[in-house]
Design a protein around this ligand. Structure first.
Ligand code: ASP
Length: 449
């Protein structure tokens, strides 16, 4: 049995729904289908989920919301009419939105209900469309599927006991279409995963039913070894491990949600990233282990928007509790850190820029100076991180040298290197304005050299 998840671009309009129908028809093992809300049809279009959030925010703040409502309903009505499925579905979506507006839910809970309308409606439309193709199919609400979650403000988290319920889906006849992106708390309140979370639902369901494969359909033929916006037609990755994917998606590879790796990884379900617009392309496999074929670097990822705080204090290494005090200050200031490479007398803390407002920066710098009695505390903004990723890299001689030589040739100064902790990646912190130069040079060294 396979679980197939279709992302927003795969369901952006009626034509895309038809492609999805064909893909499901093509392989009788595709028994459980997880869907996103309709995404963008072109660059200037809107994602339904974004419109639903705007609608919900406007409604909850007593602002004008009608235009969002109309745009959303028009999108769904067009898809439903062009697929020639029952027009009752249009009324059903309207009724759903009206009932949310009439409910007396708390702000965030109501907003979650608005957000979920996108995937919920996609699933209902797709199951009606599959039926119209004479495929036995039905819509399954996440509550019926047994997807129980907590109501974390940063995105719901699955309750592990869900897996037992989800396993029962195996026994069902026909194709089951489940909306992605949300589950229910034990009190029956709808809660959404973090943005892009339909991938998470797909992975949870695949793990729950112990699928032989979790197929994640999107709009690219494969995961690329580097951002195609920086290098034209980069090499496609045929196979990579969960750990490699995790490192790559951390630093900007957005083709698969990083949280979605966890359920598949724990249950050892292989994942295949495939293209709805070119389903015969083999795609990229994500697996637990793979044979090393000599080429140990699989990809180079990069992300901007980081800040570093450099702290130095003479004899830091001998001071008992220095690290604890430092991290406690960050915790008290509600700032999470990304990396913390250290030397004998110094330490650099890498933080996402979004976490560190100017005001927060002043408070933290002062607390480090006063409470830790640091000799120096300096802050550098506009940092980019580059991750060179590949299993087996640690055991291969000369990797760091190849990378640093490439950065040197690109005239890029390395602000920070971190290879110590990760088995699968080397991380470089550089000034964001040198990023493209750096990536091009690293790509040449590792993939064309
Ligand atoms: N529709 C949701 C979002 O845009 C979830 C998803 O597409 O995976 O974030």
């Amino acid at each position: 049995m396979k679980v197939a998840k279709f992302g927003g671009s795969s369901l952006a309009d009626a034509n895309q729904f038809k492609k999805v129908g064909n893909i499901i028809k093509d392989d009788s093992k595709r028994k459980i289908i997880v869907v996103s809300a309709p995404g963008k049809r072109h660059d200037h279009d809107f994602k339904i989920t974004d419109l639903l959030i705007q609608l919900g925010d406007a409604y909850l703040n007593n602002e004008k919301y009608k235009s969002y409502y109309i745009t959303i309903m028009d999108r769904f009505a067009k898809i439903i009419k062009e697929l020639d499925v029952t027009l009752n579905l249009i009324d059903e979506i309207e009724e759903k939105l009206t009932s949310i507006m009439k409910s007396d839910l708390a702000y965030d809970d109501m907003l979650n209900c608005f957000k979920a309308v996108g995937e919920d409606s996609s699933a209902k439309i797709l199951s009606a469309y599959l039926q119209s193709l004479d495929i036995t199919a039905r819509y399954v609400n996440p509550k019926e599927a047994g997807i129980l979650v907590n109501n974390d403000a940063n995105g719901a988290q699955l309750l592990p006991k869900s897996y037992g319920e989800i396993y029962k889906l195996r026994k069902e006849e026909g194709v089951l279409v489940i909306p992605g992106f949300f589950g229910y708390t034990e009190d029956g309140i709808l809660a959404t995963f973090s943005r892009g979370g339909s991938d998470i639902t797909g992975s949870i369901v695949a793990a729950g039913v112990k699928a032989e494969l979790y197929e994640n359909f999107t709009d690219v033929d494969s995961v690329y070894s580097v951002n195609p916006a920086i290098i034209k037609n980069p090499k496609e990755i045929k196979i990579l491990t969960y750990r490699e994917m995790r490192e790559l998606s951390y630093a900007g590879f957005s083709v698969f949600h990083d949280e979605a790796l966890i359920p598949a990884f724990n249950a050892k379900i292989p994942v295949c990233i495939k293209n709805t617009n070119n389903p015969s392309a083999p795609g990229t496999m994500i697996v637990s282990d793979k044979e090393q074929n000599g080429k140990c670097v699989v990809g180079i990822a990069s992300a901007t928007g980081f800040v570093s705080i450099y702290i130095s204090k003479f004899l830091m290494n001998r001071e008992l509790g220095f690290g604890r005090k430092l991290f406690q200050i960050l915790e008290e200031e509600q700032v999470s850190f990304e990396h913390a490479p250290s030397g004998i007398d110094d330490m650099t803390i890498i933080i996402r820029e979004s976490q560190l407002t100017g005001e927060k920066e002043n408070i933290i710098v002062n607390r480090f100076k006063n409470e830790l009695e640091a000799d120096t505390v300096t802050v550098h903004r506009d940092l980019a991180l580059i991750m060179v990723v590949g299993e087996g890299m640690k055991e291969t001689i000369g990797m760091a040298q190849t990378a640093t030589t490439a950065l040197g040739e690109a005239k890029v100064n390395i602000e920070m290197i971190n290879q110590g902790s990760s088995e699968v990646s080397m991380m470089f912190g550089i000034k964001a304005n040198g990023l493209h130069r750096a990536i091009k040079s690293l790509y040449r060294a590792f993939f064309e050299g």
